[in-house]
Design a protein around this ligand. Structure first.
Ligand code: ADP
Ligand code: MG
Length: 262
């Protein structure tokens, strides 16, 4: 049987990064497949957000990262910003900005320094706001939205970039179940279109819907494998100290918490 091996979108070798005096990433290797969805999971404080920031070029690091075959270290910032869109964890952005303007920020890497937004910029913003069902709020300010509504606007900003690679840190935070399901649909559409999606998720059952999973703990990669692999499930149960169990549910996998004995 022949198998198709996807090219690698993001490759990292020996990644180390420190915050203050603390070494948070302690030598990480990974090869994240292109046109696939990879979820990153691990306990609180494992270094997931730090890793995503390093991959996005937002934090200094030691080691090597390549993005779509180019070294991240030498990739011009503007080019990187066109290739890679970023949705941070609990991002604070200007409460006074309108939803439209926030989404338009995603177009900055495409715009001339002093130029007005082009028709393509307008179309990308409209498409992104409609995709996250934030279109009706376009004239409202971010300060007038709930946490989940705001999260959908920030997602629209990331989509408006129309980048090949999307990195999202806890994108489901504050989203109600229907909008979590919509996010899942969006990710599947993006991947079908050839985008690479990398998301840090605490919702393990959602994370298991991805193609690939990176399990991290204490600044190291403890496992990388397909979400359907038994070895991935065992790594997940292990990293969460046996406090979750992975079960088959039809064609899917779900994680259930195991309560301590009473
Ligand atoms: P995760 O996203 O996996 O929960 P983070 O990448 O945010 O973890 O943080 C990894 C570790 O780095 C945590 O133990 C956190 O306490 C620590 N950390 C975060 N910010 C700083 C900082 N400014 N200085 C020192 N340590 C930090
Ligand atoms: Mg985090």
């Amino acid at each position: 049987m022949s198998s198709v091996i996807n090219p690698v979108a993001i490759c990292a070798r020996g990644i180390r990064a420190s915050l203050g005096q603390t070494e948070v990433l302690r030598g990480m290797d990974m090869a994240l497949p292109a046109a696939r969805w990879t979820s990153i999971v691990g306990p609180n404080g494992a270094g997931k957000s730090t890793l995503l920031k390093v991959l996005a070029g937002l934090l200094p690091y030691q080691g090597e990262v390549t993005l779509l075959g180019q070294s991240l270290a030498t990739l011009p910032r503007r080019e990187r910003a066109r290739q890679l869109a970023w949705l941070g964890q609990s991002e604070v952005s200007g409460d006074d900005l309108t939803v439209w303007d926030v989404a338009m920020l995603g177009r900055l890497p495409h715009q001339a320094l002093l130029g007005a937004p082009s028709a393509a910029d307008h179309a990308a913003v409209e498409h992104a706001l409609k995709a996250t069902q934030a279109w009706d709020w376009r004239a409202r300010t971010l300060g007038q939205l709930s946490g989940g509504e705001r999260q959908r606007v920030l997602l629209a900003r990331a989509l408006a970039v129309q980048a090949q690679v999307l990195l999202m840190d806890e994108p489901l935070a504050n989203l109600d179940p229907p909008h979590q399901a919509d996010w899942l649909g969006l990710v599947r559409t993006l991947v079908k279109q050839g985008c690479t999606v990398v998301s840090v998720l605490h919702e393990i059952s959602m994370a298991l819907q991805a193609d690939e999973m990176l399990v991290v703990a204490a600044g190291r990669v403890v496992h990388q494998g397909a979400c359907i692999d038994a070895a991935t499930h065992r790594a997940l149960e292990h990293v969460f100290e046996g406090r979750i169990a992975i079960h088959a549910l039809g064609a899917q996998w779900v994680a259930l918490p195991i309560a301590p004995p009473v």
